[in-house]
Design a protein around this ligand. Structure first.
Ligand code: TXA
Ligand code: MG
Length: 532
């Protein structure tokens, strides 16, 4: 189908849009929040087309848009008095109210629920089209399902060109995130989705409200969603997005320590510090962040970056909506670089005796994080497994779980393949390690110690206050490896030679511990823990 590109500035295009809607067609229209993909809400056939065009799951209900209170009367069982009070203050505007529906609303609109979501937008073009068409308009955000919502006509075209009858360009959306969704069908009323109207603004009218836990958390397996839209992967660019909490200094160091390509999604004025970056609003201004976040997420994909780290927004007011959208686009990954406990990284060549030293540090009240263990845990993660299957073949996972041998035989074939393996597993290992660091902090340990053979290759170096390198002479290491792994001298030497030389380790570390005799090592540990 050819998608007409219309303009909000032309009266005839408003008229054309209204005609298409009356004929049962689909038109993407600007609203103050995001662009909506509109159809006649009373025409089940037209509504079905929305789900097809977006690839939207059938059980995710739509919002019905109106331009006056009178238009709502036939759509609901009865207008709740609290809806009048909310309307008085916040309509027209970025608020959606859920009430018991009337039989007039087709099941397709509310996905079989007995409630309907109603919103009165303030955007003049949306209002003009509702009025010209004389229809209540069912309109979800006009993006392909799962993608960031559209805040410009170009975003709609990117996702839906050829799949809808028309898009009407009304410039950039002022709010930038979708409306606040509140249900009056629950007691107390519940905030299902944060948006342009803040929780405090709702409380002013409604008194006590509940904030659905789905605003902050992933739904539990099998849990029924109060708002079905909350259960789907959402707002997600192709890149793997993570939210990063902490100071700009910590964020900058963390990104700089990444060897692979990343995009910094940061605040105004910060982008210049990175190779690749997109800015999304001012650091202390949730309104500008809301305006730009979806555009920024799309920009990450346009730049072709495989991973993106987003500066964490403040979560008060409209910031809650920004944070909620980011949580979903990041599949709930939050990297917290706000660390209040000293963090030491420990590394060293094979056979130098990292484990012995870690044991001594444990006795001194430090929390030891074994990244080998975490690497094994990382490959149990669903997303990591999917990535590995894609890169190394479906057959590496059977009903018994991951076939580590088969994976190793394929992944260590060439350096490029090993790099692919690392790009899939390392981010998860980093996340798990940081979770452990925070555990050390909350459990009151004196310090967290990251034990990692490949520390220098990892962005974790950026969270270490000091890097400790364990060294031992060649002969000692050789004997230890042969005894520990029960291998020949020749094999032990091959393994030793595959690593970087001692000089490299020493020059990249802050503290050197020579581990040849237990007594001497203990003396050095005592010295270290006395001053640290
Ligand atoms: O700002 C907005 O609300 C935009 C513009 C176009 O108006 N629309 C929008 O629609 O965001 P959509 O379909 O992308 O999101 C609607 C949300 C979904 O999370 C859906 O599950 C929820 O509202 N919803 C709709 N009807 C509901 C109902 N009866 N009960 C609970 N949640 C409902
Ligand atoms: Mg949506």
């Amino acid at each position: 189908m050819e998608t007409l590109h219309l303009s909000a500035e032309k009266q005839e295009d408003i008229k054309k849009s209204a005609e298409i809607l009356n004929r049962g067609g689909l038109v993407a229209i600007p609203t103050e929040t995001v662009y909506g993909l509109a159809a006649n809400a009373l025409d089940a056939e037209a509504v079905k087309k929305i789900f097809i065009a977006k690839g939207r799951p059938q059980d995710n209900p739509l919002i019905v848009h109106v331009s006056s209170m009178e238009e709502i009367e036939p759509l609901v069982e009865k207008i709740d008095p609290r809806a009048y009070a909310l309307a008085e203050k916040y309509w027209p505007g970025p608020l959606t109210i859920i009430m018991k529906k009337s039989p007039l609303i087709p099941d397709e609109v509310c996905a079989g629920l007995d409630t309907v979501a109603i919103r009165m937008p303030s955007h003049p073009t949306a209002r003009a089209i509702i009025q010209q068409s004389g229809l209540p308009l069912a309109a979800p955000s006009a993006n392909a399902s799962g993608k960031p919502s559209p805040t410009k006509a170009a975003h709609v075209i990117e996702d839906l060109e050829g799949r809808i009858d028309a898009v009407i360009d009304g410039g950039e959306c002022a709010v930038g995130v979708e409306s606040t969704v509140v249900t009056l069908a629950a007691n107390p009323p519940a905030l299902l989705r944060p948006g342009g109207i803040t929780p405090d603004q709702l409380r002013e009218v409604l008194g006590e409200i509940e904030i659905s836990h789905a605003v902050f958390e992933k739904l539990a397996e099998g849990e029924k969603a109060a708002s079905p839209g909350m259960k789907y992967k959402h707002y997600a660019p192709a890149a793997r997005v993570s939210i990063v909490k902490g100071s700009f200094e910590a964020y900058k160091k963390f990104i700089e320590a990444h060897k692979e390509e990343t995009c910094a999604v940061c605040f105004e004025g910060e982008g210049k510090y990175f190779d690749k970056s997109v800015e999304y609003g001012k650091s202390d201004d949730s309104l500008t962040q809301a305006q730009h976040i979806f555009d920024a997420l799309r920009e990450v994909d346009a730049m072709g970056c495989p991973t993106a780290f987003v500066r964490c927004p403040a979560t008060e007011g409209v910031g809650l909506a920004v944070y909620n959208r980011l949580l979903r686009s990041a599949a709930f990954r939050v990297i917290n670089l706000d660390i209040s406990v000293p963090v030491y990284g420990i590394t060293g060549q094979t056979g130098a005796g990292k484990s012995t030293v870690c044991e001594m540090l444990r006795e001194k009240g430090m929390y030891i994080i074994d990244t080998d263990l975490l690497a094994r845990k990382a490959v149990e993660d669903k997303e990591v497994l999917e990535g590995l299957k894609k890169a190394f073949g479906e057959d590496i996972v059977s009903e018994n779980g991951l076939d580590r041998r088969l994976l190793a035989s394929r992944a260590f074939e060439t350096e490029e393949k090993t790099a692919i393996l690392n790009s899939i597993t390392h981010p998860k290992i980093t996340e798990l390690t940081l979770e452990e660091v925070h555990k050390a902090e909350s459990d009151g340990f004196k310090a967290a110690v990251i034990d990692a053979a490949v520390l220098f290759e990892s962005p974790l170096t950026s969270v270490c206050d000091k890097i400790i390198c364990i060294v031992a002479d060649k002969e000692t290491r050789l004997n230890r490896i042969m005894a520990r792994d029960n291998i020949s001298e020749k094999d032990a030497i091959i393994r030793m030679n595959a690593q970087r030389d001692e000089e490299y380790y020493i020059s990249h570390s802050d503290i050197i511990i020579r581990n040849e005799t237990a007594e001497d090592t203990r003396r050095q540990i005592n010295e270290f823990t006395e001053v640290n």
